[in-house]
Design a protein around this ligand. Structure first.
Ligand SMILES: Nc1ncnc2c1ncn2[C@@H]1O[C@H](COP(=O)(O)OP(=O)(O)OP(=O)(O)O)[C@@H](O)[C@H]1O
Ligand SMILES: [Mg+2]
Length: 377
């Protein structure tokens, strides 16, 4: 998948910006606050139907404006061209997506069609933050690879919401009204077991990708590893059925506590991904540089996983990744990026590229200044 062109209309500080991308490395250079990240954010709208970091769609509409309007031309690996248009109005708040002029049944149907991996400063919370960030990491990668997974997540959330509401509403009662919670418990187990099984497979597959990626940017004796921490004990079979019986048993065991607290206490909404370097928990023991390197390795691993699992090569968006890496790692990272599909990089320091990237038609350089973007010769 290659994004050949994007047009940003009234998006953040870009009133009207058009970018013609190369199919290799695309570097966006410029001082702080000029609108580099905003371009990557617009690209993420075409793929994910939303920003990779803004909390809402209204935030990205140009201040004082009534709507934003994005349009991109994406070319599949097989050479088929697709036009994607995303618009959002402020009042009434309404977002629309058109793929080749047609609205998909649901926004979610677009996710995964134009796969993307984003590495931005906000992702630091994947190694530093709580489990919710690591679940989001798994969900975003898996949802783009598997439409069934995304469906499972959406249905699971619905079941969880309903089940929590019933538990909360009936906290003071002796017994639950008969037949009210059971269907939601069934859904929770059905979707939850598939999600957990899928995540376990993902983590297992990601291990070797992470090891390779870590080595490629940090040839060292450090050995990173990840493990899926399922909140409940799956049955011995290791298949979806095993996960389902494990989750059922856990819900059963926590039944009285759930009633007391009015909350669902078992299921993949309580999972985590354990990250270690040389066997030590990253969150507690890793240095700043190790966090950084591991995060980059995780994202490269996500990219490799998606490239392997998806029939389209993903785009790789790297927002401001060089600022915290030393030059040695920057150069190894660039050498690595040169061997991938289309990569978009923002940086304030154009000098980091040195002579390591041959600029031309394939690899392009842009200068971003006060909401404008111009290609360098
Ligand atoms: N909704 C909006 N409407 C207009 N301008 C906006 C909006 N949201 C953000 N901006 C402006 O966009 C600019 C920030 O753009 P962006 O985050 O892309 O900068 P950047 O070039 O990536 O900078 P840095 O190097 O600091 O990361 C700021 O000047 C900000 O005021
Ligand atoms: Mg930025």
């Amino acid at each position: 998948m290659i994004l050949s062109r994007i047009r940003l209309g009234n998006f953040r500080n870009h009133a009207a910006t058009t970018v013609e991308f190369g199919d290799g490395i695309n570097a966006f250079l410029g001082a702080n606050g000029q609108g580099k990240t905003n371009i990557l954010e617009a690209v993420s709208y075409l793929s994910l139907t939303k920003s990779f970091y803004a909390s809402g769609d209204l935030e990205v509409i140009g201040i004082g404006g009534e709507a934003f309007d994005l349009e991109g031309i994406l070319v599949s690996d097989a050479g088929v061209q697709h036009q994607v248009r995303v618009t959002c109005t402020r009042t009434p708040q309404e977002k629309k997506i058109l793929v080749n002029g047609t609205a998909p049944e649901r926004l979610a149907a677009v996710i995964g069609r134009f796969p993307v991996v984003v590495l931005s400063p906000e992702n630091g919370s994947i190694t530093f933050g709580g489990p919710v960030e690591r679940r989001r990491f798994m969900d975003l990668a898996l949802s783009q690879v598997s439409g069934a997974y995304l469906e499972d997540i959406l249905e699971y959330r619905k079941a969880l919401r309903q089940r929590n509401r019933i538990l909360a509403d009936n906290r003071m009662r002796e017994a639950l009204p008969p037949g009210v919670i059971e269907p939601w418990t069934e859904s929770l187990v059905a979707y939850g077991s598939r999600i957990a099984h899928h995540r376990a497979q993902f983590a297992a597959e990601l291990r070797s990708h992470i090891l390779n990626a870590y080595r490629s940017i940090m040839p060292d004796t450090e050995i990173p590893d990840i493990a899926y921490l399922c909140g409940f004990e799956p049955g011995d079979t290791g298949d979806v059925r095993g996960y389902a019986s494990g989750l059922s048993a856990d819900l059963e065991a926590k039944n009285s506590e759930e009633r007391r607290r009015g909350l669902t206490l078992a299921g993949p909404h309580r999972d985590d991904l354990q990250l270690t370097i040389n066997g030590l928990d990253v969150k507690r023991f890793a240095s700043q540089g190790q966090h950084r390197t591991l995060l980059v390795a995780l994202k490269i691993a996500e990219y490799s996983y998606m490239r392997e699992r998806h029939n389209e090569t993903p785009m790789f968006l790297l927002d401001d990744v060089f600022s915290e890496l030393d030059m040695g790692r920057v150069h190894r990272m660039l050498a690595f990026a040169g061997g991938l599909g289309q990569v978009m990089i923002t940086t304030t320091e154009g000098t980091v590229f040195g002579d390591s990237v041959p600029w031309g038609n394939h690899n392009r350089r842009f200068t971003v200044e006060r909401g404008t973007c111009r290609q360098e010769a």
